[in-house]
Ligand binder design. Structure first.
Ligand code: GDP
Length: 456
């Protein structure tokens, strides 16, 4: 999702991050491109204007322009701006698997009601089933699903099927009842049946009409929902934002659910939704299956949009893990071409600490694309890192300093010591030779520059 915007912004940032000192003009030009990219992604104009104005002061400030890595600074400012626009990031425990339930306020005397609202076809019924399934499977909650859509028997039946599939309770349909009657019966049944949560799936509407709005308001008065969620189809872009605004004017919503994110290449709705309504986005629907739902995390979405991976945490983690002096020492050796197997072993160890090759690449700007290609070609094997380290550890210090000593008999000993084959030992030696050659060629600013940058 959001590939289009991500690719565009990555382009802007590629231009910036490749540079040393930036002028105010450079930053302004980049901000103009960001503005266009956001508009093309269908983010509402006032939201874009507001966003650019907010980050502009910071981005063209003295601190950025005079800093050592101005491009990175601008990326971070845009990233943080996006996170803020999207409603801040989840707390650390919110990022756990329990995130779905942490998005809901379920306190209160059971049964508590969750009111689901939205236009017809937005994914309201499916989302009710998804959340209900999660609450039951993960939290052992007893959930009752009730459809209030008296105009569309098919909608009621669909919810009944979902209840059965997810092993949740379903309120039997009684012909001739009004939606308000059904809501009252659902709450009553919820209390009698010992349910924890009652989902009230309101009538889907094709447009917002006064009569249905009055009906929902009455239902809300009876059930006193702990959550009133508006489900909106992200594919409808600005219409979804408009719908949210109008619903919210009539009904005190507590949060938003954006569905069909799996098909949303632009992401404009997600970006403007929060800014326009002030409501938190709580969930993202990512497919038709019942487990295709995610707790919304601004940090993650901002990362995806920027195509920058988790650049901020990369920088933070790198400085925690890598000893700056060590990085500098290795960088110098690389330049001189005296990078030995000892050094390689240390590098492999540090890479492992940073989440292995896969973790490292995911976090590096622009590497997301490369990782996709590698994954397609069979993936980066982190086990390999460990094996390579084992081989190096099985060498004597002298051998590590001088790989030329490694003749057949020594290789056999090392292979046996590390539990690997001679072929694998050869592969590692070849990799080291290639790396050394490459480093000599690249000299300063290449790999060495990168190592230094990560350490400092
Ligand atoms: P309702 O009328 O608002 O209750 O909408 P439904 O729950 O019946 O959903 C309408 C259609 O959208 C169904 O075919 C769902 O399978 C599909 N749908 C719902 N959520 C998602 C989603 O997040 N991604 C995708 N791809 N399809 C979804």
């Amino acid at each position: 999702m959001f590939e289009a915007l991500g690719d565009k912004l990555t382009g802007v940032f590629d231009n910036l991050t490749g540079r040393g000192a930036l002028s105010e003009k450079d930053v302004s030009a980049a901000l103009r491109e960001i503005r266009v990219a956001l508009l093309e992604a269908d983010v509402a104009l006032p939201v874009v204007k507001d966003f650019i104005a907010k980050i502009k002061d910071e981005a063209v400030g003295d601190k950025v322009i005079k800093s050592i890595k101005p491009g990175q600074q601008v990326v971070k400012i845009v990233h943080d701006g996006l996170v803020e626009m999207l409603g801040g990031s989840l707390s650390d425990d919110g990022k756990e698997a329990s995130a779905i339930s942490s998005q809901l306020q379920l306190a209160g005397r059971p049964p508590v009601a969750i009111l689901m609202a939205g236009l017809q076809g937005s994914g309201k019924t499916t989302t009710s089933g998804k959340i209900a399934k999660f609450l039951k499977d993960r939290h052992k909650k007893k959930v009752l699903l009730a459809s209030l859509d008296t105009r569309r028997p098919a909608a009621m039946e669909q919810l009944g099927i979902l209840a059965e599939q997810t092993g949740n309770g379903f309120l039997p349909i009684v012909a001739g009842e009004s939606a308000v009657d059904i809501a009252a019966r659902a709450m009553d049944q919820g209390a009698k049946g010992g349910y924890d949560v009652v989902f009230l799936d309101t009538a889907g509407r094709t447009t917002i009409d006064e009569e249905l709005m009055a009906e929902v308001a009455e239902i809300a008065a009876i059930a006193k929902p702990v959550e009133t969620l508006l489900v909106a189809d992200s594919l409808t872009g600005q219409d979804a934002v408009e719908t949210a605004k109008r619903f919210h004017a009539q009904l005190p919503l507590t949060g938003l659910v954006l569905t069909r994110i799996d098909g949303d290449g632009r992401g404009g709705a997600a970006l403007s939704m929060r800014a326009v309504t002030g409501l938190p986005i709580k969930f993202l629907g990512t497919g038709e299956k019942l487990d295709a739902i995610e707790a919304f995390d601004a940090e993650r979405l901002a990362g995806r949009i920027l195509g920058q991976g988790d650049i901020v945490s990369l920088v933070e983690r790198a400085s925690e893990v890598l000893d700056a002096k060590e990085a500098e020492r290795v960088a110098k050796k690389m330049e001189k071409g005296t990078f030995d197997l000892d050094d390689l072993g240390k590098q492999l160890g540090q890479m492992q600490k940073m989440g292995g090759m896969g973790g490292l690449m995911k976090m590096m700007p622009g590497m997301g694309k490369m990782k996709k290609q590698l994954d397609a070609a069979g993936g980066v094997d982190d086990k390999l890192l460990k094996q390579q380290q084992a081989i190096i550890l099985s060498m004597t210090p002298t051998e590590r300093k001088n790989p030329a000593l490694l003749k057949a008999s020594r290789k056999k000993r090392i292979a046996a010591g590390s539990g690997m084959s001679v072929q694998e030992v050869n592969k590692l030696l070849k990799m080291h030779r290639q790396m050394s050659d490459m480093m000599k060629k690249m000299g300063k600013g290449g790999m060495a520059g990168m190592m230094q940058a990560m350490g400092g």
